[in-house]
Ligand binder design. Sequence first.
Ligand code: PMP
Length: 336
Amino acid sequence: MIAPAKRANTIDLIGNTPLVLLMGPSEAAGCEIWGKCEFANPGGSVKDRAALWIIRDAEARGELKPGGTVVEGTAGNTGIGIALVANALGYKTVIVMPDNQSREKMDTLRALGAELVLVPPTKFADCNHFVHTSRRLAEETEGAVWANQFDNTANRKAHIEGTAKELWEQLEGRIDGFTCAAGTGGTIAGVGMGLKELDEKVVVALTDPHGAALYNYYAHGELKAEGSSVAEGIGQGRITGNLEGAPIDTQFRISDEEGLQWVSRLLREEGLCLGLSSGINVAGAVELGKQLVAEGRDNPRVATILCDIGFRYLSSLYNPAWLQQKGLPVFDWLSD
Ligand code: PMP
């Protein structure tokens, strides 16, 4: 039996997530594919880690004082992480979010007591983009700090010090490849840097959804987006502060259809209910596994991130009408 963990407070529930061997993906790749269960964080996503490190960093720099406010622009998961950590440490939370994100994330943020500001989805260059709006709100609010997850490298530090070291320990120091998609880039850059410090032979691959510009950047040196994706929380068009210096060795581009196929299989065959970014990550991990096998690595082991819990998407990914409206295949068990 695996010993159940005991923690002294809510904050200590963040991180130290379990790692699970994914059967279908391992079979498809011909080697071990492991999923880091970030949905097991108290806020249900990988972003609890960044939220905690960003808030601790603001406290350490003396910017965030007792009773202060944390303001952030987010697709949702970072906001949920910030709201939880802020509640546990006695801060207030203001979250700015594009109004096309999942209903469940908005309801969750309101339920957690965050003040929610919805803005129309716009390009980053637009001054009303959620990131710029959140910076302005932070500047205008007394006692507030701007979390700035895209360019604040306390975000990737969470993964250099946490996720990467945990993976290394959980896999007993034998890991050949790591891949995931980028939103802020904190996870791919931080885990990549942390693992390379431990073993420079670990292959770090970016898995990019369609509609993001990073695949072309790492493959051809040009930030250029092609196509589109409905995946929430991933798909970046610029080199964020967190992505600067990320040790990316290779890259894959994965469609929503491929990602959804893994979301569907992992749910039906392995009982894991996940969001689409996890499905896209798993598709990328299978590609990386196949590549390492083809290169002749002996029984390679690849790890990826299972970013968030699928229950957050009941009105979208798991809703036949929504899938049809987006022109995506409907899971067969939902189609009647
Ligand atoms: N998946 C989901 C569901 C997310 O919300 C995020 C964060 N935006 C990511 C993946 C990507 O994580 P990161 O910001 O560390 O690149």
